[in-house]
Design a protein around this ligand. Structure first.
Ligand code: NAD
Length: 391
């Protein structure tokens, strides 16, 4: 059973940019990062509004003089302190990720960045180069990839339990934005504006999540894709609130991805089905403790988290925190990822390349591929869903 016993001496001194009061995802970062005592929140530029930042930060227990009006000011001031920050998480709207991430790496910090990490693959590649030069690590918050049953799915595919992979069916299609709610919702308003959101809405916002699950579970690379996208709420154009993508993978597998915010009545419907020559598996984020396993010619099985028949991942980080039968969820998945980020940051600090090489976590390459997905989908959709080469 996995627990919070200390993995290294002192918690990583950690800050956030964004994630302020009222933000959608700030609490998830703080709760996950601090869950196992591996990070301690000591500073932040949490909000665009400096007064609200200070008020919020001090309520979280951060010293008032370490609640900053902006990220530049924070990186500069913290660099001058003996107890300055060592890592930062970036949970701001998409348009700001590149600049903030670049500034953080330049300041010598490890980074956890929200997705999509940049607007273009060139920018993302630049961040990768900068991180390598600085010996720093970038983690990307593909938060669903920390679920134990997703790790189990990955292990099953890698061990050949499904046979040869033939079909990957991916969808993340919720119904929360089936009407023009952005009129009264600032968090949605920026998502449907190209200046803040980037070249896509649902493809980047949610499509990248399930796409990453497909990539990490199967290890397959896209060869070509064709994308059709549209906005059923006309004011969202040119950004899409619905998209369908067809994919061909290197080696012969094929797949589809449906990303939507107008799937009326749906909560999340983030599902992935992987079909092999012998068997198929299926995982749904609304029932994350279960993984369907269907062997051709046999009754379907439901594998349950926390059982001895599951594979244990090498680092033991995605093992169960509580026995089977109790429900683990979203926060545990995120905490599993932050735990991995902490181990990676610590290994980088010690220049422990062996640990860094063995440890699985969604890093900069995962971030780059998410951005590439968005770019290539736009390229295809702009040519009437023409097939485009992926790389
Ligand atoms: P939001 O609009 O709800 O909150 C953004 C926060 O950032 C606010 O507190 C705002 O004041 C602050 N902010 C904005 N610009 C800033 C700046 N320059 N400096 C400091 N603070 C700034 O947005 P959100 O829904 O929380 O999304 C933030 C990011 O997280 C987006 O990139 C989004 O795609 C991503 N996200 C990821 C997941 C996930 O599952 N990984 C889920 C939701 C959102």
């Amino acid at each position: 059973m996995f627990n919070e016993e200390r993995r290294f001496e002192q918690p990583i001194r950690w800050a956030m940019v964004g994630g302020g009061r009222g933000s959608q995802i700030g609490y998830a970062h703080r709760s996950a990062a601090q869950r196992d005592g591996l990070f301690r929140l000591v500073a932040g530029a949490f909000d665009l509004d400096p007064q609200r930042c200070r008020d919020f930060g001090t309520n979280l227990g951060v010293d008032a003089d370490r609640c900053y009006a902006g990220y530049k000011e924070m990186f500069e001031a913290e660099a001058g302190r003996a107890d300055g920050i060592q890592a930062v998480s970036i949970a701001t709207p998409n348009s700001t990720h590149y600049e903030i991430c670049k500034a953080a790496l330049t300041a010598g910090l490890h980074v956890v960045c929200e997705k999509p990490i940049t607007f273009t693959t060139e920018e993302a590649e630049e961040l990768k180069t900068l991180a390598a030069e600085k010996g720093r690590v970038i983690g990307v918050m593909y938060g669903y990839s920390g679920f134990p049953m997703v790790q189990q799915a990955r292990e099953m595919v890698q061990r050949g339990d499904l046979g040869e992979i033939r079909v990957i069916n991916m969808q993340f299609a919720h119904g929360f934005h089936n009407e023009e709610y952005e009129k009264n919702d600032p968090g949605l308003k920026w998502r449907v504006s190209p200046q803040a959101s980037g070249p896509t809405y649902v493809l980047g916002d949610i499509g990248t999540h399930v796409f990453f699950l497909g990539e990490m579970i199967t290890g397959l690379e896209v060869e070509r894709l064709s994308c059709m996208r549209q906005s059923f709420i006309p004011s969202r154009a040119p950004l899409e609130d619905n998209a369908h993508v067809m994919m061909q993978f290197k080696g012969g597998a094929v797949g589809t991805l449906w990303a939507s915010a107008v799937n009326a009545g749906s909560m999340h419907q983030q599902k992935i089905r992987i079909v092999g020559s012998k068997a198929s598996i299926e995982w749904w984020d609304e029932y994350p403790n279960q993984l369907r396993y269907e062997i051709q010619g046999e009754p379907a099985r439901v594998l349950e988290r926390g059982m001895n028949y599951l594979y244990q991942d090498a680092a033991g980080v995605s093992a169960n925190r509580i026995g089977g039968g109790h429900a683990e969820g979203f926060f545990e998945s995120w905490a599993n990822l932050y735990h991995r980020f902490a181990l990676a940051f610590d290994a980088a600090n010690r220049d422990d390349q062996a640990t860094l090489g063995e440890l699985w976590f969604p890093g900069i390459d995962a971030g780059i591929e998410g951005v590439r997905l968005c770019e290539k989908c736009v390229e295809s959709a702009d040519q009437n869903a023409a097939w485009v080469e992926y790389k």
